[in-house]
Design a protein. Structure first.
Lengths: 163, 296
């Protein structure tokens, strides 16, 4: 956890406004930003990092708007999830999304049915994405290693499929 | 003529072509030119990718912005998710030089640089702030009278307000006024500013649908004829989501969902087909018949 955020959460006086504003708290009954920050204040950040509950934030930022102490709860959640990822704990759905972006540069792959739909609506051809640049960036930030996917294998697969 | 670097993103050109069609058909009326951002990719997703690794999120976002900077134009986004990602990246990198240097270190490896000299705009901002409600009223040839619209803003158009700095984060009015400019009625409903639930769709589908359902219950209570959104993720959550809710909860809502640009296109007399309205999961046929008679 970056030091800045360790300091930031010290402003929290546990009023619970964040949880009151939180749509996920109301529906899931398990996600509770006030409680997550309480654990962090008590020195149990590691416990929170490994808890699946942190991934239930919808990032609607209602808590950020209402927090009287400017703790930025949804931003604190992003930091927790980043730490979790670097420790090898992340939801498979998000990993698949990252792999898709690595492979095609987009979250949805261009296909011939999509091209036909675009043509039918008289839309111009979908502009080519510079996938090489995207792959290079993802390798430089190391997200491929964090998510345990092998970029060069994926590239090979992609080449084989094209042939 | 105002020209923008047209940021398509991925959900719109690859899944919801109706969004793109309505934008491309409507904007020329307002003298707006859309320029292709060559090589641009996913914004990337402000929830999934940001949750995994912020440095990757900022770097991929900065690459997209750098493409628009090289062209010397502000960027136009059609999606709340792209808006959140690109405007936040622009804002944070401009205000945090250390992070900007770090990201530029990465971008230098692909011969690009983030400078921070353009703006990221959402289409609603352009309509509301630049064009204005009055001019929109003037282009209406087919008023949507008697149409009761439940406006869903979507979180990432207005929050976090410190960064996105558009309208009010809790009581916005831009889209309501844009709807009323078409002679339709923006109908008040409870939980209007609550999240649609899409952010946890891939984590906990059941809870995501319960969030959508809460809103649908309120929209049905006030007898909304349709929902309008300005975000492809919210659109899918309401459009496809209604089918999933029917299956999981055995409840039928059957409220058509329209992208605001589709509503505007209809009010300008464009044909439903050229706007891609036949691509919606919740059928719009009955709504169009009521508005324009049987040829709609």
């Amino acid at each position: 956890m970056p030091e800045y955020f360790e300091e930031l959460i010290k402003r929290c006086y546990q009023c619970g406004t964040c949880t009151g504003a939180c749509p996920s708290a109301k529906i899931t009954g398990t996600f509770n930003p006030r409680k997550i920050i309480a654990y962090m204040l008590l020195g149990s950040t590691d416990k929170m990092v490994s808890d699946d509950v942190i991934w239930l934030c919808t990032a609607c930022h209602a808590c950020v708007e209402r927090c009287p102490e400017l703790v930025y709860p949804s931003e604190v959640l992003f930091q927790l999830k980043n730490v979790a990822t670097s420790k090898g704990k992340f939801p498979v759905g998000f990993k698949e999304e990252a792999i898709q972006i690595y492979t095609t540069g987009t979250t949805v792959a261009l296909s011939s049915p999509i091209e036909r739909r675009r043509k039918k609506l008289e839309l111009p051809e979908f502009p080519a994405v510079n996938v090489d640049e995207i792959q290079k960036i993802m390798e430089l930030t190391g997200i491929d290693k964090k998510l345990e996917f092998n970029g060069s294998n994926l590239k090979k697969q992609e080449e084989e499929e094209k042939q | 003529m105002t020209s923008y670097g047209f940021f398509l993103g991925c959900m719109i050109p690859l899944r919801l072509q109706n969004f793109e069609a309505s934008v491309r058909r409507v904007l020329p009326t307002f003298n707006i030119e859309l320029l292709t951002l060559n090589g641009a990719g996913c914004c990337p997703d402000p929830i999934g990718i940001q949750s995994l690794d912020q440095k990757t999120w900022f770097s991929l976002g900065a690459r997209n912005i750098a493409i628009a900077e090289e062209m010397g134009h502000d960027m136009l986004t059609l999606c709340n998710g792209c808006f959140e990602t690109l405007k936040t990246t622009n804002h944070v990198l401009i205000h945090e030089p250390t992070l900007k240097d770090e990201v530029n270190g990465i971008l230098s490896q692909i011969n690009r640089e983030f400078k921070g000299n353009i703006k990221v705009r959402h289409i609603v901002e352009i309509l509301f702030e630049d064009i204005g409600v009055e001019k929109i009223r003037e282009v209406v040839t087919h008023p949507l009278s008697d149409l009761k619209v439940a406006v869903h803003y979507g979180c990432h158009l207005v929050r976090p307000s410190e960064i996105l700095a558009f309208d009010d984060p809790e009581r916005p009015q831009s889209i309501d006024l844009l709807v009323e400019a078409l002679s339709a009625t923006s109908i008040p409903y409870l939980k209007k500013m609550e999240c649609c639930g899409t952010g946890i769709r891939s984590i906990d589908m059941d809870s995501a649908l319960k969030m959508t359902r809460q809103k649908l219950i309120e929209m049905k209570r006030v007898r909304a004829d349709c929902i309008t959104t300005v975000c492809p993720f919210c659109f899918i959550q309401f459009d496809v989501g209604q089918f999933q809710i029917q299956k999981n909860f055995n409840e039928e809502y059957n409220i058509p969902v329209l992208y605001y640009m589709e509503l505007l296109g209809l009010a300008m007399g464009l044909q439903p087909k050229e706007l891609g309205l036949d691509m919606h999961r919740i059928k719009t046929k009955k709504l169009l018949e009521r508005l324009f008679g049987s040829q709609g």
